[in-house]
Design a protein around this ligand. Structure first.
Ligand code: PXP
Length: 241
């Protein structure tokens, strides 16, 4: 099986900083440590309410990350303008509700099609690889292919809430195979931990995982480089079978 990329979401380094409105810890420094420990890319979500990552963090990551930078954002005019100005390697479009604690579900690609299509066109014109964060659902996968984006990211949240409930895993496997057959690159993420990552890492079509909260949480106990290495090892072990 091909090597799977590990993109690390460093949002929650900024969460710790924003809890005190302090200048530290610095997410860019965390990104560099992750890269040194084997991350293939860095992910950050610039939320409209700026609850963790700030605009200056995005500028720092675009300028200083040595690996590809994946910027998650909602498809609003302001966010798309920011992305096309800063030109990260990749944008993942996500749904966003102000009151949610975290991204609760995937994008509905049938909702507000004019806005979504305009966002995708603007990103394509800026040469930014575009991924859509969706639930593992055949209709959404087919709509993503019709929108001619490069990739989808499958929302693994439902699976992570009940990893022993096989229908969730079956849905992820089916959506991954379907997407790959339509020419889409397949990413996955949300809620993945050392304990539940194996079955998702083992999905052959899944070429990239985006993992944040669990790695930053483990870093409190074992340090960030070791937390990254442990996740990398768990993914590699799952892919070896
Ligand atoms: N992928 C997407 C699109 C997300 O929105 C998030 C959370 O910001 C993640 C992956 C990472 O999820 P977690 O922090 O639970 O690993």
């Amino acid at each position: 099986m091909t090597r799977q990329r590990l993109y690390i979401n460093i949002d929650h380094v900024a969460t710790v900083r924003q809890a005190r409105r302090a200048a530290y810890p610095d997410p860019v420094r965390a990104a560099r440590l992750c890269e040194d420990a084997g991350a293939d890319g860095i992910t950050a979500h610039l939320r409209e309410d700026r609850r963790h990552i700030q605009d200056a963090d995005i500028e720092g990551l675009v300028a200083q990350a040595r690996t590809p930078f994946n910027l998650e954002l909602a498809a609003t005019d302001a966010m798309i303008a920011l992305a096309t100005r800063l030109r990260p390697h990749q944008v993942t479009l996500v749904p966003e509700k102000r009151e949610e604690v975290t991204t609760e579900g995937g994008l509905d690609l049938f909702h507000d099609p004019a806005r979504l299509e305009a966002a995708i066109l603007a990103l394509r014109a800026a040469n930014i690889r575009t991924s859509l964060f969706i639930d593992p659902d055949a209709r959404q996968v087919e709509r993503a292919a019709a929108l001619r984006v490069e990739a989808i990211e499958l929302h693994t949240g439902r699976y992570c809430e009940a990893p022993s409930h096989t229908p969730h895993l079956t849905a992820l496997r089916a959506a991954a195979a379907h997407a790959a057959s339509l020419g889409l690159a397949v990413h996955a993420g949300h809620g993945l931990t050392l304990t539940n990552v194996g079955p998702v890492a083992a999905i052959p079509e899944c070429e990239e995982l985006n993992i944040g909260h669990a790695i930053v949480a483990d870093a409190i106990f074992v340090g960030l480089p070791e937390a990254v290495r442990r996740m990398r090892a768990a993914m590699d072990a799952a892919r070896r079978g």
